[in-house]
Ligand binder design. Structure first.
Ligand SMILES: Nc1ncnc2c1ncn2[C@@H]1O[C@H](COP(=O)(O)OP(=O)(O)O)[C@@H](O)[C@H]1O
Ligand SMILES: [Mg+2]
Length: 314
């Protein structure tokens, strides 16, 4: 559905997108992850026809963005970074304008307008000028514009950036609800968002792909994969518990956090989750320690992200 082959962008002597290649299919929610300046927005601008590539090619639903750009753009919806809209318009007049641009007519036009106003709860602000709207509402207007023509591909550049937790949750729910039949590409640097909505994550830095996998598989590269975190009910035998954990042959190191009363027993690399978990639960069951919680960790995506983007070994 999206095919990118050797896509490259130079600005002067600076290569900001460097020979990027990947493809993706409907039903995927692809998270484009990377530190600021990684080249996420530039890649999205090339895909959506706002910036011409310096080299390489890309196609959307089989339409080449360079030779068949209009057809490609018909199939996609795009929320640019910061969700820019015409501030002096109202959501109602802005969406009317977008419906014209998208060539929607007759019953379909009316049905789509009604549907997006409903989906994004824009009814109460339809006739208020966009510059007087809260950030959350402005973002919803931007999203409404992107999905109005029911595109097969949605490209959302930092869709939740700057929103409060409730608004973030709402946008994620919306993404989730549309993900079954569309291909959705979002850029973000919020790792919990990747875990919450993405089926695949591409990590980029300096315009290059450093990792391409499911969030789950990426988290498995973390040293905390299969670690067990114990919460102690009191401070009485903190040292005794830590020493006993450290002696287990499934445990590589222990990390204690006295302030929160937790000890994390990091599994030896290569030992499976079940063995570390069973050894630790056996130990706990045969002791009279006051343990208030035990948790098996899947791994920490933030740690993997830092290591990958800083070029450290995971
Ligand atoms: N129009 C431009 N002219 C020159 N440099 C640019 C331009 N647009 C982006 N850049 C540079 O390209 C790099 C990548 O930017 P961008 O794609 O916006 O990164 P991201 O979205 O990952 O934060 C940055 O170093 C940025 O300063
Ligand atoms: Mg950006």
């Amino acid at each position: 559905m999206i095919k990118i082959d050797g896509l490259t962008k130079h600005y002067g002597r600076h290569t900001v997108v460097d020979n990027l290649s990947f493809h993706c299919e409907p039903g995927e929610v692809l998270g484009f992850l990377g530190p600021n300046g990684a080249g996420k927005s530039t890649t999205m601008k090339m895909l959506t026809g706002f910036v011409a590539p310096s080299a390489g090619s890309a196609s959307v639903c089989g339409h080449d963005i360079a030779t068949d750009g209009l057809a490609a753009r018909k199939r996609l919806g795009y929320l640019p970074e910061g969700a820019p809209c015409y501030a002096e318009m109202t959501p109602g007049s802005f969406l009317d304008f977008i419906a014209d641009v998208r060539g929607l007519e007759g019953n379909e036009r009316k049905a789509r307008l009604d549907e997006v106003v409903e989906m994004l709860h824009l009814g109460p602000v339809l006739h208020q000028s966009i510059d007087t709207l809260s950030k959350g509402f402005k973002r919803r207007v931007g999203l409404a514009q992107a999905i109005l023509h029911d595109p097969d591909v949605l490209i959302l550049d930092e869709p939740t950036d700057g929103l409060d937790p409730n608004q973030k949750h709402e946008v994620r729910e919306l993404i989730h609800s549309m993900s079954a039949e569309k291909l959705i590409v979002i850029s973000t640097h919020i790792l919990e968002e990747v875990e919450a909505v993405c089926t695949r994550a591409i990590i980029i830095a300096n315009g290059r792909i450093l990792a391409d996998d499911t969030p789950h598989n990426l988290a498995m590269q973390s040293r905390y994969h299969n670690a067990v975190r114990l919460s102690l009910g009191g401070d009485d035998n903190f040292d005794e518990v830590e020493a006993a954990l450290a002696k287990l042959d499934s445990v590589d190191t222990t990390e204690s956090d006295r302030e929160h009363g937790t000890i994390t027993a990091v599994a030896k690399s290569g030992s499976d989750g079940a063995s570390n978990w069973h050894k630790i639960t056996d130990l706990v069951n045969n002791s009279n320690w006051n343990i208030s919680g035990l948790q098996l960790e899947a791994g920490r995506l933030d740690e993997v992200f830092r290591q990958i983007t800083r070029g450290e070994k995971v």
